[in-house]
Structures are given as structure tokens and as C-alpha cells.
Design a protein around this ligand. Structure first.
Ligand code: HEC
Ligand code: HEC
Ligand code: HEC
Ligand code: HEC
Ligand code: HEC
Length: 413
């Protein structure tokens, strides 16, 4: 089977079922009923940018080629090893690039297949091959590929075993090779890098595609036919922000050179492969309130949140992602002086395809949200120096990270 055939077939798997799983991610463990027997157009539009097509680098292969109509960019086929390497796996790269490996292994990319949240969502759509395309970007990570459809129904693919299937590579999800290894037209393969090196035991092809945000958009931007806005719109949000006009890319914020050496045992630092950005950088919190508050006397606190550090909305991506900001008033003994004030920012979508937006109060890149709340400190609070603390919790219902955005001292009398 040719790559093109595989790609086209993978794209044609039941999209109605997919809706169910993605909605399931949003609603926790309680999947909504499957959309009423309908199948949307069986194509997910993977983003392409005309700028990429006129890339000045001609010798390097495109990372994720512009899909021909109806053919997704994923998965990509890599059937040969780059000269100088004995394995395509992250484990193989780990021998020399330990810093990249160790940071990647803890990232969402390293867990894109093993992640329990993904596994349960996948099981609920009968292991749809379409769901696997971004979570398993290389063809050899796929146990089976679709070879036609019963009665042409996209929901009934005829699956055939993939003889080149590699279970170890599958466990690696968005593995190194997804972004760094490509086949060349002459039948060989190469490692894509940002610099040439005389010291490398393997072939390197220099490309500027690694530094382009379109690399990330391949998987972080996805649109449902008939939707009012992309399901994942991180790239569109970035493109419309001041960061894009200033030339600050996804890689600048998510892959800053902060971890160990590019090659184990040498000097210098390479780009972080945790891909995570510090949540504390996402929002700035400005608190306006009296410097002294009195027990049992109400006062107003105004909180202004500015999205000063994320190159997209907060939260972004998966509609299951929420940002919850909590203001707590603490007395000098660390006890709560009043009930906490909680505000949640999210995009709420329909439970079924095409996931029309029902509400969206997210804070856009460069944007802000302000609100005022009346607090009445408890009579039981301890007098002395207390704090108003602003906390931010980011993530999906099952997994959130909390950081302190601001801690404002206040006298309690
Ligand atoms: C036997 C050791 C070894 C293995 C295995 C290995 N590399 Fe390398 N790699 C190197 C060395 C040495 C360099 C040159 C680094 C330099 O001079 O800065 C290099 C360079 C690179 C570069 C280019 C660095 C740049 O500055 O652009 C990339 C990307 C890369 N390797 C990725 C990989 C990936 C992905 C794998 C696994 C599929 C891998 N390497 C496996 C040793 C290795
Ligand atoms: C276009 C690429 C793409 C396709 C196709 C895709 N995903 Fe994802 N998936 C992603 C990306 C990117 C994220 C992370 C998004 C974010 O958090 O902003 C993700 C995140 C998830 C998560 C959340 C994981 C967590 O840690 O909470 C689940 C669950 C998931 N996907 C399931 C699925 C299922 C089921 C399908 C098929 C119905 C699917 N995905 C198809 C790209 C894709
Ligand atoms: C999601 C895509 C992606 C994955 C997965 C990925 N990388 Fe990278 N890698 C990049 C990008 C993008 C850069 C260039 C960052 C920059 O310089 O802006 C890079 C840079 C590097 C470099 C240094 C090259 C330089 O810029 O000097 C090495 C070495 C490397 N990666 C190795 C690995 C290894 C090993 C793995 C797996 C453990 C891996 N990468 C997984 C995208 C990826
Ligand atoms: C081949 C597809 C693919 C590409 C290319 C890709 N991602 Fe991802 N990314 C994913 C998937 C799938 C997930 C969700 C994994 C999960 O939680 O199951 C994800 C998760 C993430 C997360 C959440 C990390 C975490 O630990 O929770 C960030 C941040 C991210 N990606 C940034 C990037 C950036 C920046 C780029 C470009 C340099 C990029 N991604 C390129 C597929 C991709
Ligand atoms: C100006 C810096 C900046 C730029 C540019 C930027 N991001 Fe982010 N990103 C952040 C910060 C800060 C966060 C919030 C921290 C968090 O949620 O992990 C974040 C969060 C995310 C998340 C959610 C992570 C999670 O754990 O769910 C994803 C996915 C993501 N960014 C992808 C991208 C992609 C793709 C691009 C480019 C199109 C990009 N980012 C551009 C700073 C940036």
C-alpha cells in the first residue's frame, strides 16, 4: 500500500465517533450519547500555511507536507533509518541526547499514547485510526491501517495488519522521529536539525522548518466541518496576537534553551523538550484593595487579569482546558478570613459535532479581564499582617497545576 492510500484511508474513519471521544475528554468520565447516527464530512482539516509552501530551504524535505485534498499530513512514513543510526526510537537517541530525551519523556508528547486520559477516550471510539494520527504521527506506530470501507461507510473501516508495526515506537507517542526524521526522495532518510555538525555520527539536514510555528500547528490546530471556530485554535490565536507580529514563536516560549547539553558530555545548552511553558508567566494579576481591612466590615477588591505572557488565549487548545483564578484572604495565622472568590475562564462547546461555541470568556493574548468582589473579613480572624493571595489553576478536570500569581500584604484590624 502506498503512503497516500494509507493517509487517505486513515482520514476517512468515523468522525461522529471522534466527536464523542473529544467531548468525553471535556466531560470527564461521562461520555455524551453518540451524535444521532450522522457522519460529518470525514475530513479533519489539518492546517497548512501558504508561507510554508514557499520555504526558501530547498534541500530539506517538508516536515509535514501540505496535504493534497482529503489527505492528511499524518501519519508520515519513514521506512529506512538515517545513515549512522541503528534505531529510530527515542531510546536510541537517548544514548547521545539525554537532556532532550529526559525532558521529552515527561512531556505530553512523550505520553501522547500511554496517557490514561487518551487511552480511555480512544477505547470509547473503538480505537479509531483517525484519533491516532496526531498522537502516533509515524506510520510504523500503527498496528493496523484501514484498507477500504464496508459499503463505503466511514464508520466501518476494513483494518489490515501493518507489517512494519513497531510496538516500542508506538509507546513513544509523539516521538523524536516525528519532528526530526524524514525520508528523502532518493530512498534514504535524514535527521532534521537547525545546525550542520562535523561531529555528528548521523546525517543532518539543516532546515528552518523546525523553528516555524506551522510545525506545531499541524497537530495544535484542528477544524470540524461546519464549526464556528477551530476545535483547537492555538495557532490561529497566536497568529492574531502581537507575539506573531513581533516574531515570537511557539518554540521561543515552549522550547527555550534551558536544559542540558545538546550532546551528553559536551558544553552548552539545548532547547527544552518538556514543551511546557511556566503557567505563572501566562497571566499577570493586579489587585486593588484597601491596605487595611477591618473584621466584620465589607470592602471591595478589584482583580484585573492580563494575559501578558501566553502567545494565545488562556486557556487554549482542548475545550476541556480551564483556567480557574481564586482569590483567598488569609489572616496572620494563615487561616481564611472570608469565603474564597473563584472565577473560571473556558470555552464551552456543544457535546456533539461540529462543537459550536456556546460560551467563551477566555482571556485573549494581550487582553484582560477585570471584576470586583465584596469581601467581609470574619470576626474570628486573627488581627495582624495577612495576605490576599491570587492563585491560578490550569488544566483539564482530571489534572491541574496551581501557581500563585500574586500575594498582597494587608493589615487586618
Ligand atoms: C551515537 C550518538 C548519537 C545518536 C544515537 C544520535 N545522535 Fe543526534 N547528534 C549526535 C552528535 C554528536 C551531534 C552533533 C552535535 C553538535 O555538534 O552540536 C548530533 C546532532 C543532532 C542534531 C542536530 C543538532 C543541531 O544543532 O541542529 C539533531 C536534531 C539530532 N542529533 C537528533 C537526533 C535524533 C532525533 C536521534 C535519534 C533518532 C539522534 N540524534 C541520535 C549524536 C547522536
Ligand atoms: C489534529 C491532531 C489531533 C487529532 C486528530 C486528535 N488529537 Fe487528541 N490531542 C491533540 C493535541 C494537540 C492535544 C493537546 C491539546 C491541548 O491541550 O491544547 C490532544 C489532547 C487530547 C486529550 C487530552 C489529554 C489530556 O492529557 O487530558 C485527549 C483525551 C485526546 N486528545 C483524545 C483524542 C481522541 C479520542 C481523538 C480522536 C477522536 C484525538 N484525540 C484526535 C491532537 C489531536
Ligand atoms: C514536537 C516536535 C519535536 C519532538 C517530538 C522532538 N523535538 Fe527535538 N527539536 C524540535 C525543535 C522545534 C527543535 C529546534 C528548537 C529551536 O532551536 O528553536 C529541536 C531541537 C533539537 C535538538 C537540538 C538542535 C538545535 O536546535 O540545536 C536536538 C539534539 C533534538 N531536538 C533532539 C530531540 C530528541 C532526541 C527528541 C526525542 C527524545 C526530540 N528532539 C523530540 C522539535 C521536536
Ligand atoms: C505530531 C503532532 C504534534 C506536533 C507536531 C506537536 N504537538 Fe504538541 N501535542 C501533541 C499531542 C497529541 C499532545 C497531547 C498529548 C496528551 O496529553 O495526550 C500535545 C501536547 C502539547 C502540550 C501540552 C504539554 C503537556 O505536557 O501537557 C504543549 C505545550 C505542546 N504540545 C506544544 C507543542 C509545540 C510548542 C509544538 C511545536 C514545536 C508542538 N506541540 C508540536 C501533538 C503534537
Ligand atoms: C509568549 C509566549 C508563548 C507563545 C508565543 C506560545 N505559548 Fe503556548 N503557552 C504559554 C504559556 C505561558 C502557557 C500557559 C502555561 C500552561 O498552561 O502550561 C501556554 C500554554 C500552552 C498550551 C497548554 C498547555 C497545557 O498544559 O495544556 C499549549 C498546548 C500551547 N501553549 C501551545 C502553543 C503553541 C502551539 C504555540 C504556537 C502556535 C504557542 N503555545 C505559543 C506561552 C506561549
Amino acid at each position: 500500500m502506498t503512503n497516500t492510500t494509507r493517509g487517505a484511508l486513515v482520514a476517512s474513519v468515523a468522525v461522529a465517533a471522534i466527536g464523542m471521544a473529544l467531548a468525553r475528554g471535556r466531560k470527564g468520565d461521562d461520555p455524551p450519547p453518540a451524535p444521532a447516527g450522522t457522519l460529518a464530512e470525514p475530513n479533519i482539516e489539518l492546517v497548512t500555511d501558504p508561507e510554508v509552501a514557499v520555504s526558501p530551504v530547498v534541500e530539506a524535505p517538508r516536515l509535514f507536507p501540505t496535504p493534497a485534498s482529503g489527505t492528511p499530513a499524518l501519519p508520515v512514513s519513514i521506512d529506512v533509518l538515517p545513515a549512522g543510526l541503528s534505531s529510530l526510537s527515542a531510546q536510541g537517541c537517548n544514548a547521545c541526547h539525554a537532556a532532550a530525551h529526559d525532558t521529552w519523556a515527561t512531556s505530553g508528547h512523550g505520553k501522547a499514547w500511554t496517557n490514561p486520559a487518551f487511552q480511555s477516550a480512544l477505547a470509547s471510539v473503538n480505537d479509531s485510526t483517525l484519533c491516532q494520527s496526531c498522537h502516533l504521527p509515524i506510520t510504523n506506530q500503527h498496528e493496523a491501517v484501514a484498507n477500504g470501507y464496508v459499503d463505503g461507510a466511514a464508520s466501518r473501516p476494513v483494518l489490515v495488519a501493518n507489517t512494519a508495526f513497531d510496538a516500542g515506537l508506538r509507546a513513544e507517542g509523539v516521538t523524536c522521529a516525528a519532528c526530526h526524521v524524514r525520508a528523502l526522495p532518493d530512498g534514504s532518510a535524514t535527521i532534521l536539525g537547525t545546525h550542520a555538525s562535523a561531529n555528528s555520527p548521523h546525517r543532518i539536514t539543516v532546515t528552518d522548518e523546525l523553528q516555524k510555528p506551522e510545525l506545531c500547528a499541524t497537530c495544535h490546530e484542528v477544524t470540524w466541518p461546519g464549526a464556528d471556530q477551530p476545535y483547537y485554535a492555538t495557532y490561529t490565536e497566536w497568529k492574531g496576537s502581537g507575539w506573531a507580529s513581533a516574531g515570537v514563536t511557539c518554540q521561543h516560549c515552549h522550547m527555550a534553551p534551558t536544559t542540558g547539553a545538546i550532546v551528553t558530555g559536551t558544553n552548552g545548552v539545548g532547547p527544552a523538550h518538556t514543551f511546557a511553558a511556566n503557567p505563572a508567566r501566562a497571566l499577570s494579576a493586579l489587585v486593588r484593595m484597601p491596605g487595611t481591612v477591618h473584621r466584620n466590615e465589607p470592602f471591595d477588591l478589584t482583580l484585573t487579569l492580563q494575559n501578558s505572557g501566553a502567545g494565545h488565549s488562556v486557556p487554549t487548545g482542548n475545550p476541556a482546558n480551564t483556567a480557574t483564578v481564586t482569590v483567598v484572604l488569609l489572616d496572620s495565622s494563615g487561616k481564611e478570613l472570608a469565603a474564597p472568590w473563584r472565577q473560571t475562564y473556558a470555552r464551552t462547546v456543544d457535546a456533539a459535532s461540529p462543537y459550536l461555541t456556546r460560551a467563551d470568556n477566555r482571556i485573549q493574548a494581550g487582553g484582560q479581564a477585570a471584576a470586583t468582589r465584596r469581601f467581609t473579613p470574619s470576626v474570628k480572624g486573627a488581627p495582624g499582617l495577612g495576605y490576599a493571595e491570587v492563585r491560578l489553576a490550569l488544566g483539564t478536570p482530571g489534572s491541574t497545576r496551581t501557581v500563585v500569581l500574586a500575594r498582597v500584604p494587608v493589615r487586618v484590624e
